[in-house]
Design a protein around this ligand. Structure first.
Ligand code: RRO
Length: 310
């Protein structure tokens, strides 16, 4: 029997595949669709303290090789998502979920985290340190000092299971510096990677999205090598208690297999989920199981992190 079940912290998932934050997770209806699919879990759209409309449209564009977006953090507000995951958690037969959140300032992030700390919700939280699209707000995780300060303050009061969503890093020294910071904290997971920030896609002579003169986060096939490198770099550097969630360029069972080989315990689907819909979870799961069966692997622990070098 081939199983794609997995564990993150104390949470058990019957399947390691799920959505990436931002895709099919804005409303309860979209989240319920994922819950009813083969996915092992869902993560909500990143919630801010107050509801946000986000950037002007068009703000998302699919290409043959992936996508570009500058959504600008549109969301229904943290209370909306916190209430939903708390409600689902009351039934012990339900899957565990991830609540994604971040504030527009460190103070706002602490207000939101304190709200979650004081709530009944006991599940996983993903702190998004890597939104590339809010004009005037740099990606937090590219500022190591700010990241260390934020986490150090957060862990002074936050005692529930917490992980972080990271942007891609592109330099070995940055992998080393970032990992040294994350290893100081009782993080349950790091999620590598968010979109590659501030790319540009052009059609004929014109940009394809309206915000920021066409600049936006790149996802899909374009980013798989960068995503795999980040998954593996952090797998090699982080304390084994910090699990890795692999995100970036996953549209086939082979892509998911490669993320797990690099060290991912859970694998998220972003652009391809947007392009194919929630039925994609069944297809990728079946493709992943076929690869595992052919290689004689029964569980993902049989090959997780076992990438070979030359
Ligand atoms: O909403 C967005 O523009 C957005 C977010 Br918060 C994020 O984390 N990553 C992304 O590609 N877009």
């Amino acid at each position: 029997m081939t199983s794609t079940a997995t564990t993150v912290g104390t949470f058990h998932f019957s399947n390691c595949l799920m959505n990436a934050a931002g895709i099919h997770c804005y409303t309860r209806k979209e989240l319920a669709d994922i819950d009813a699919s083969m996915a092992g879990s869902f993560v909500t759209k990143t919630g801010t303290l107050n509801e946000r409309a986000g950037n002007p449209e068009p703000r998302y564009f699919d290409t043959d090789l992936g996508s570009i977006n500058s959504m600008g953090l549109p969301n229904l507000g943290i209370d909306y998502y916190l209430e939903y995951v708390t409600e689902l958690e009351k039934n012990p037969d339900n899957k565990p979920h991830f609540l994604s959140l971040v504030g527009l300032s460190p103070d706002e992030t602490h207000l939101i985290l304190k709200k979650v700390q004081d709530s009944d919700y006991q599940g996983l939280v993903e702190l998004n340190l890597s939104c590339p699209n809010v004009p005037g707000k740099p990606q937090i995780a590219y500022d190591f000092e700010a990241t260390e300060k934020l986490l150090s303050e957060a862990f002074s009061y936050y005692t529930k299971p917490l992980g972080v969503k990271l942007p891609p890093y592109f330099d070995i020294v940055h992998f080393d510096q970032a990992a040294a910071i994350f290893n100081q904290f009782p993080l349950v997971f790091v999620n590598c990677v968010n979109s590659i920030g501030n790319g540009l896609v052009i059609s004929d002579e014109t940009v394809v999205i309206k915000p920021k003169d066409g600049f936006g986060g790149i996802g899909g096939d374009y980013i798989k090598p960068t995503a795999l490198a980040n998954v593996h770099a952090f797998y090699k550097r982080l304390n084994p208690s910090i699990k890795i969630i692999g995100t970036g360029g996953v549209k086939t069972g082979r892509d998911a297999f490669e993320h797990i080989l690099c060290g991912a315990s859970m694998v998220q689907v972003g652009t391809a989920l947007h392009q194919e819909g929630v039925a994609i979870f069944e297809r990728i799961t079946n493709e992943l199981k076929a690869i595992m069966a052919e290689k004689g692997y029964e569980t993902i622990e049989d090959f997780r992190g076992q990438l070979k070098t030359l």
